[in-house]
Design a protein around this ligand. Structure first.
Ligand SMILES: O=P(O)(O)OC[C@H]1O[C@H](O[C@H]2O[C@H](CO)[C@@H](O)[C@H](O)[C@H]2O)[C@H](O)[C@@H](O)[C@@H]1O
Length: 251
Protein backbone atom coordinates (compact mmCIF):
# COMPACT_ATOMS: atom_id res chain seq x y z
CA UNK A 1 0.00 0.00 0.00
CA UNK A 2 1.22 3.46 -0.90
CA UNK A 3 0.94 7.01 0.39
CA UNK A 4 -2.24 8.63 -0.99
CA UNK A 5 -2.11 11.36 -3.62
CA UNK A 6 -2.88 14.89 -2.37
CA UNK A 7 -6.61 15.50 -1.84
CA UNK A 8 -7.98 17.14 -4.99
CA UNK A 9 -11.04 19.40 -5.21
CA UNK A 10 -13.16 16.75 -6.99
CA UNK A 11 -13.18 14.33 -4.05
CA UNK A 12 -16.00 13.46 -1.67
CA UNK A 13 -14.27 12.84 1.63
CA UNK A 14 -15.57 10.41 4.27
CA UNK A 15 -13.64 10.50 7.52
CA UNK A 16 -13.78 8.08 10.42
CA UNK A 17 -13.30 9.76 13.81
CA UNK A 18 -11.55 7.72 16.56
CA UNK A 19 -8.09 6.56 15.52
CA UNK A 20 -8.30 8.62 12.31
CA UNK A 21 -8.99 12.25 13.28
CA UNK A 22 -8.29 11.88 17.01
CA UNK A 23 -5.80 9.69 18.84
CA UNK A 24 -7.11 6.63 20.66
CA UNK A 25 -7.37 7.26 24.41
CA UNK A 26 -7.78 5.03 27.46
CA UNK A 27 -11.54 5.68 27.66
CA UNK A 28 -14.11 7.05 25.17
CA UNK A 29 -14.39 10.39 27.00
CA UNK A 30 -10.64 10.96 27.28
CA UNK A 31 -10.04 11.96 23.65
CA UNK A 32 -8.89 15.43 22.63
CA UNK A 33 -9.64 17.37 19.45
CA UNK A 34 -6.96 19.74 18.16
CA UNK A 35 -7.96 23.26 17.10
CA UNK A 36 -5.84 22.84 13.96
CA UNK A 37 -8.00 19.86 12.95
CA UNK A 38 -11.18 21.96 13.15
CA UNK A 39 -9.50 24.60 11.00
CA UNK A 40 -8.37 22.02 8.41
CA UNK A 41 -11.87 20.53 8.20
CA UNK A 42 -13.41 23.96 7.78
CA UNK A 43 -10.97 24.77 5.00
CA UNK A 44 -11.65 21.44 3.26
CA UNK A 45 -15.43 21.91 3.43
CA UNK A 46 -15.04 25.07 1.44
CA UNK A 47 -12.54 23.51 -1.04
CA UNK A 48 -14.82 20.48 -1.60
CA UNK A 49 -18.04 22.54 -1.79
CA UNK A 50 -19.32 20.77 1.32
CA UNK A 51 -18.55 17.20 0.18
CA UNK A 52 -17.03 16.08 3.47
CA UNK A 53 -18.76 13.82 6.00
CA UNK A 54 -17.80 12.20 9.29
CA UNK A 55 -18.70 8.49 9.46
CA UNK A 56 -18.30 7.22 13.00
CA UNK A 57 -19.35 4.57 15.48
CA UNK A 58 -20.08 7.36 17.96
CA UNK A 59 -23.44 9.12 18.24
CA UNK A 60 -23.67 12.26 16.06
CA UNK A 61 -24.26 14.42 19.16
CA UNK A 62 -20.78 13.48 20.40
CA UNK A 63 -19.16 14.22 17.04
CA UNK A 64 -20.83 17.65 17.08
CA UNK A 65 -19.53 18.28 20.59
CA UNK A 66 -15.94 17.32 19.75
CA UNK A 67 -15.92 19.21 16.43
CA UNK A 68 -17.71 22.33 17.68
CA UNK A 69 -18.45 24.82 16.09
CA UNK A 70 -18.70 22.67 12.94
CA UNK A 71 -21.99 20.99 12.05
CA UNK A 72 -21.07 18.54 9.31
CA UNK A 73 -22.89 15.92 7.29
CA UNK A 74 -22.48 12.93 9.55
CA UNK A 75 -23.33 9.26 10.02
CA UNK A 76 -23.17 7.98 13.59
CA UNK A 77 -23.47 4.56 15.24
CA UNK A 78 -22.02 2.98 12.09
CA UNK A 79 -24.90 4.33 9.98
CA UNK A 80 -27.77 3.86 12.46
CA UNK A 81 -27.85 7.66 12.75
CA UNK A 82 -27.59 9.99 9.78
CA UNK A 83 -27.60 13.72 9.11
CA UNK A 84 -27.24 13.95 5.38
CA UNK A 85 -27.31 17.74 5.21
CA UNK A 86 -25.69 20.08 7.76
CA UNK A 87 -28.24 21.58 10.14
CA UNK A 88 -30.87 18.91 9.43
CA UNK A 89 -32.31 16.87 12.31
CA UNK A 90 -30.60 13.53 12.94
CA UNK A 91 -32.47 10.53 11.50
CA UNK A 92 -32.25 7.60 13.94
CA UNK A 93 -32.92 3.89 13.50
CA UNK A 94 -35.29 2.61 16.20
CA UNK A 95 -33.78 1.13 19.36
CA UNK A 96 -34.28 -2.65 19.19
CA UNK A 97 -35.81 -4.17 22.35
CA UNK A 98 -33.33 -7.07 22.00
CA UNK A 99 -30.61 -4.73 23.25
CA UNK A 100 -32.24 -4.82 26.72
CA UNK A 101 -31.84 -8.62 26.76
CA UNK A 102 -28.18 -8.23 25.87
CA UNK A 103 -27.70 -5.61 28.59
CA UNK A 104 -29.24 -7.99 31.13
CA UNK A 105 -26.88 -10.78 30.01
CA UNK A 106 -23.90 -8.46 30.43
CA UNK A 107 -25.08 -7.29 33.84
CA UNK A 108 -25.48 -10.92 34.94
CA UNK A 109 -22.04 -11.92 33.64
CA UNK A 110 -20.09 -10.17 36.39
CA UNK A 111 -17.78 -8.67 33.75
CA UNK A 112 -18.85 -5.04 34.13
CA UNK A 113 -16.86 -3.18 36.72
CA UNK A 114 -13.81 -5.44 36.38
CA UNK A 115 -12.26 -2.99 33.92
CA UNK A 116 -14.94 -3.81 31.37
CA UNK A 117 -17.39 -0.98 30.68
CA UNK A 118 -20.65 -0.67 28.82
CA UNK A 119 -21.20 2.29 26.50
CA UNK A 120 -24.95 2.45 25.90
CA UNK A 121 -25.42 4.40 22.67
CA UNK A 122 -29.16 3.80 22.31
CA UNK A 123 -29.46 1.82 19.08
CA UNK A 124 -26.05 0.18 19.64
CA UNK A 125 -24.04 -1.08 22.60
CA UNK A 126 -20.26 -1.03 22.95
CA UNK A 127 -18.44 -3.13 25.52
CA UNK A 128 -14.93 -1.79 26.14
CA UNK A 129 -12.05 -3.82 27.61
CA UNK A 130 -9.03 -1.53 26.96
CA UNK A 131 -8.43 -1.31 30.73
CA UNK A 132 -8.78 -5.10 31.15
CA UNK A 133 -7.50 -6.65 27.89
CA UNK A 134 -7.44 -10.15 29.41
CA UNK A 135 -11.25 -10.02 29.52
CA UNK A 136 -11.55 -9.96 25.71
CA UNK A 137 -12.33 -13.70 25.26
CA UNK A 138 -14.95 -13.59 28.01
CA UNK A 139 -16.57 -10.42 26.62
CA UNK A 140 -16.80 -12.07 23.20
CA UNK A 141 -18.17 -15.29 24.70
CA UNK A 142 -20.87 -13.59 26.80
CA UNK A 143 -21.96 -11.36 23.94
CA UNK A 144 -21.95 -14.04 21.26
CA UNK A 145 -23.91 -16.47 23.47
CA UNK A 146 -26.53 -13.79 24.18
CA UNK A 147 -26.69 -12.84 20.49
CA UNK A 148 -27.53 -16.45 19.49
CA UNK A 149 -31.01 -15.81 20.87
CA UNK A 150 -31.22 -12.35 19.25
CA UNK A 151 -30.88 -12.86 15.49
CA UNK A 152 -31.66 -9.21 14.63
CA UNK A 153 -28.41 -8.09 16.25
CA UNK A 154 -24.86 -8.77 15.19
CA UNK A 155 -21.46 -8.18 16.77
CA UNK A 156 -18.60 -6.16 15.35
CA UNK A 157 -15.09 -6.00 16.73
CA UNK A 158 -13.29 -2.70 17.06
CA UNK A 159 -10.21 -1.49 18.91
CA UNK A 160 -10.47 -3.08 22.37
CA UNK A 161 -14.25 -3.12 22.01
CA UNK A 162 -17.06 -5.41 20.89
CA UNK A 163 -20.18 -3.68 19.62
CA UNK A 164 -23.72 -5.03 19.17
CA UNK A 165 -26.03 -3.44 16.62
CA UNK A 166 -28.65 -4.28 14.01
CA UNK A 167 -26.91 -5.49 10.85
CA UNK A 168 -28.89 -3.53 8.26
CA UNK A 169 -26.67 -0.44 8.40
CA UNK A 170 -22.90 -0.06 8.26
CA UNK A 171 -20.38 2.53 7.12
CA UNK A 172 -20.70 1.34 3.50
CA UNK A 173 -24.43 2.08 3.59
CA UNK A 174 -23.63 5.55 4.94
CA UNK A 175 -21.17 6.34 2.14
CA UNK A 176 -23.66 5.17 -0.49
CA UNK A 177 -26.45 7.28 1.04
CA UNK A 178 -24.29 10.42 0.90
CA UNK A 179 -23.09 9.65 -2.64
CA UNK A 180 -26.68 9.68 -3.94
CA UNK A 181 -27.07 13.34 -2.97
CA UNK A 182 -25.48 16.68 -3.68
CA UNK A 183 -22.85 17.88 -2.96
CA UNK A 184 -21.38 14.34 -2.89
CA UNK A 185 -22.86 12.82 -6.08
CA UNK A 186 -20.62 12.94 -9.16
CA UNK A 187 -17.45 13.18 -7.06
CA UNK A 188 -14.80 10.54 -6.37
CA UNK A 189 -15.46 9.00 -2.93
CA UNK A 190 -12.54 8.52 -0.55
CA UNK A 191 -12.97 6.77 2.79
CA UNK A 192 -10.29 7.24 5.44
CA UNK A 193 -10.33 4.92 8.47
CA UNK A 194 -8.29 2.84 10.87
CA UNK A 195 -10.62 0.12 12.13
CA UNK A 196 -12.34 -3.08 11.00
CA UNK A 197 -15.73 -1.34 10.70
CA UNK A 198 -14.16 1.19 8.30
CA UNK A 199 -13.55 -1.60 5.78
CA UNK A 200 -17.27 -1.43 4.82
CA UNK A 201 -16.79 2.24 3.91
CA UNK A 202 -13.54 1.54 2.07
CA UNK A 203 -15.18 -1.30 0.11
CA UNK A 204 -18.12 0.96 -0.86
CA UNK A 205 -15.76 3.76 -1.98
CA UNK A 206 -13.68 1.41 -4.12
CA UNK A 207 -16.84 -0.19 -5.61
CA UNK A 208 -17.98 3.13 -7.09
CA UNK A 209 -14.69 4.26 -8.51
CA UNK A 210 -13.11 5.87 -5.49
CA UNK A 211 -10.50 4.63 -3.06
CA UNK A 212 -9.78 3.91 0.58
CA UNK A 213 -7.01 5.10 2.85
CA UNK A 214 -6.12 2.80 5.74
CA UNK A 215 -4.75 4.51 8.84
CA UNK A 216 -2.15 2.52 10.77
CA UNK A 217 -1.21 -1.13 10.56
CA UNK A 218 -3.26 -4.19 9.69
CA UNK A 219 -4.84 -5.68 6.62
CA UNK A 220 -7.19 -3.58 4.54
CA UNK A 221 -8.95 -3.38 1.19
CA UNK A 222 -7.60 0.15 0.87
CA UNK A 223 -5.18 1.07 -1.90
CA UNK A 224 -3.40 3.69 0.18
CA UNK A 225 -2.10 3.99 3.71
CA UNK A 226 -1.25 6.71 6.20
CA UNK A 227 0.81 5.72 9.24
CA UNK A 228 -1.12 7.47 12.00
CA UNK A 229 -3.43 10.31 13.07
CA UNK A 230 -0.65 12.90 12.65
CA UNK A 231 -0.17 11.80 9.03
CA UNK A 232 -3.93 12.09 8.46
CA UNK A 233 -3.80 15.66 9.79
CA UNK A 234 -0.88 16.46 7.48
CA UNK A 235 -2.69 14.94 4.50
CA UNK A 236 -5.86 16.93 5.25
CA UNK A 237 -3.88 20.13 5.70
CA UNK A 238 -2.01 19.98 2.38
CA UNK A 239 -2.48 23.12 0.27
CA UNK A 240 -3.82 25.08 3.22
CA UNK A 241 -2.75 28.66 3.78
CA UNK A 242 -0.39 28.90 6.80
CA UNK A 243 -2.92 30.97 8.78
CA UNK A 244 -5.47 28.15 8.55
CA UNK A 245 -2.85 25.54 9.40
CA UNK A 246 -2.06 27.32 12.66
CA UNK A 247 -5.68 26.73 13.73
CA UNK A 248 -7.24 30.12 13.00
CA UNK A 249 -10.93 29.73 12.25
CA UNK A 250 -12.62 31.99 9.80
CA UNK A 251 -15.23 34.28 11.39
O1 LIG B 1 -15.95 4.73 14.07
P1 LIG B 1 -15.09 5.49 15.02
O2 LIG B 1 -15.29 6.97 14.94
O3 LIG B 1 -13.64 5.11 14.91
O4 LIG B 1 -15.58 5.06 16.48
C1 LIG B 1 -15.32 3.73 16.93
C2 LIG B 1 -15.56 3.65 18.42
O5 LIG B 1 -14.74 4.68 19.01
C3 LIG B 1 -14.79 4.80 20.42
O6 LIG B 1 -14.08 3.73 21.02
C4 LIG B 1 -12.72 3.67 20.63
O7 LIG B 1 -12.07 4.90 21.00
C5 LIG B 1 -11.96 5.14 22.43
C6 LIG B 1 -11.29 6.50 22.61
O8 LIG B 1 -10.06 6.54 21.96
C7 LIG B 1 -11.13 4.01 23.05
O9 LIG B 1 -11.03 4.20 24.47
C8 LIG B 1 -11.81 2.66 22.75
O10 LIG B 1 -10.98 1.60 23.23
C9 LIG B 1 -12.01 2.49 21.24
O11 LIG B 1 -12.73 1.30 20.96
C10 LIG B 1 -16.22 4.90 20.92
O12 LIG B 1 -16.25 4.80 22.32
C11 LIG B 1 -17.14 3.87 20.28
O13 LIG B 1 -18.50 4.16 20.63
C12 LIG B 1 -17.00 3.93 18.77
O14 LIG B 1 -17.85 2.96 18.15
Amino acid sequence: MYAPPPASDDLALFLDFDGTLVEIAETPNAIETEAALIASLQHLISRLDGALAIVSGRPIAEIDRYLRPLNLPCAGLHGLEARLFPGDPVERAPVRPELETLKAALAGSGLLGRGVSLEDKGAALAVHFRIAPDCEPLVWQVMSEAICELPDLHLVRGKMVVEAKPAHRDKGWALEAFMERPPFCGRTPVFVGDDITDEDGIRAAEAIGGFGIKVGEGGSLARFRLRNVADVHRWLAQDMPASVHRGKLRP
